[in-house]
Design a protein around this ligand. Sequence first.
Ligand code: NAP
Length: 314
Amino acid sequence: MKVSVIGASGRVGKAAAFSLAEESVVSEVVLLSREKSLGQVQGEALDMNDAMAAKDIRVSITPTSNFEDMADSKIVVITAGVPRTPEMTRMDVAVPNAKIVAEYARLVAKYAPESIILVITNPVDIMTYVAYKASGFPRSRVIGLGNHLDSLRLKNLIAKHFNIHVSEIHTRIIGEHGDNMVLLLSSTSIGGILVKDFPQYQSFDVESIVDKVKNAGSYVINKKGATEYGPAFAISNTVKTIINDEKRILTLTTYLDGEIYGVGDVCLGVPVKLGINGVERIIGVKMSDKELEDFTKAAKTVKKAKDKIMATLK
Ligand code: NAP
């Protein structure tokens, strides 16, 4: 199975490519970069090859600026985007990033028309909408990383508070990958038991946990300049789930058409059943009144921003 990464000289792009190369289900990784970064991705590819030799992994790693080389990819991961400077707002990067993502999504449609697009570029919910419209792909084949990483961060925090193995934590963040993320506390369970039934729940400060998840990305960026390992593993995890046709339920961004409380014409993070064809089903979620209120707010906010961005593309 061949997987291509666009924006491969970037911190997320190269970390994701490295993590993908290690996956036994991936036989070929294509590092796609603009001409100006080709030298760097050639270096990255050689370095990765050395690491693979050390691990006895046989995988083809191709650095290139020729976008035709993504042909026959099963999945194309779009990580390209302009860096955000401190004085820029999220919307400021949304405008240039929408142009970049739209252009790349069209190239994917041209050279890898059967592939699945996995969008990482922020603001990811809006960029997923842009890629969906620009590629002309069915919605099942245009997915955003959405709240997958947020949900993993939340799992970690819950595991730590309750001192229970992370694999036992079943929880989700849905909505926007950003300020309007929604913790689905009403359905959070540990080992199949509702979290509210655990004695340690008394000291579980939900607001502070949500704040920690919301600010986790900024915290890492402030400390080390970028998030790398978290997104990289979240990406390879998603890719593996698709290629292995695992039918797992991950919280990813997908185009909604009324499936969740009637919300439509917007891309948001929701639980989806993921398999070889991409999003095979959107899983209906039952929310508490507060969760629904927050989810509706997220939908309105993202939709309004999306309309604004789509108008600039026209
Ligand atoms: P980065 O290190 O700045 O890399 C971005 C890459 O995008 C660059 O290396 C470049 O790749 C490409 N690029 C930059 N300017 C471009 C332009 N004008 N036209 C076309 N391509 C351009 O950024 P990063 O830290 O890797 O983050 C990449 C994106 O992922 C950002 O939008 C970030 O916010 C997002 N992100 C999302 C999540 C999530 O959970 N959804 C998590 C982390 C990061 P080439 O030169 O190789 O083409």
